[in-house]
Design a protein around this ligand. Sequence first.
Ligand code: MG
Length: 256
Amino acid sequence: MSFTIKTREEIEKIKAANQVIARLYADILPSKIVPGVSTNELNTIIEEYIISQGGTPATIGVGGPSNAYPAGSCLSVNEAVVHGVPNERILEEGDIISVDTVVELDGFYGDSAFTFPVGEIDEESKRLLEVTKKSLEIGIEECYAGNRLGDLGNAIESYVKKNKFTVVRDFCGHGVGYSMHEDPMVMNFGRKGRGIKLEEGMVIAIEPMVNAGSYKVGILKDGWTAVTRDGKRSAHFEHSVAIVDGKPVVLSKLDR
Ligand code: MG
């Protein structure tokens, strides 16, 4: 498996694409994700915002002509893990919704996901969101030059296990920047000291998906939406992270 090294200038462009997503999640969506809104309506808001910022919602058409992804965002509600296709589903008080967006801006790609609560959520869901978000932070801390992807995956998995949740194994993070999915694959589990060695100038999307019950997932008839097999809830957080001066820099964290 190979991977690319980005220059400082390229990393700035990847950051600019990610900042569109950061603003979307911080400034636009929190007031829109409320009981009564459909995921179709949210997707329209997301696509229009990205275009208003000069970007392109890059998930549209992914998968090729036979199974083209139809929307500019992935909106995964409750038991949906990732790749939730927007539809007529109406959000209800107490739901959780993972929003995953890829933006192309000026030829470079940013990728970030955030799971939002809909109104007031139960204690177990709150804990699921907190543990998943924290597992991403733990993964980011491991993203430094000289460390290995196995160390990163192991740190995420160990933390999730300790908190009695499970890490999804069928999907993973990835290199990002020149395109939406690049090598290497960034697993959310692994063995210490194994895997690719991280290097200066790498940019990877780290994206733990954490289930409240079993790690097992299936795909719905729409060909995309991944759901937990046991119907329990799943959360997902993702950041695009560059290695600069040997250390992790989160490109998708809002930078005002
Ligand atoms: Mg991703």
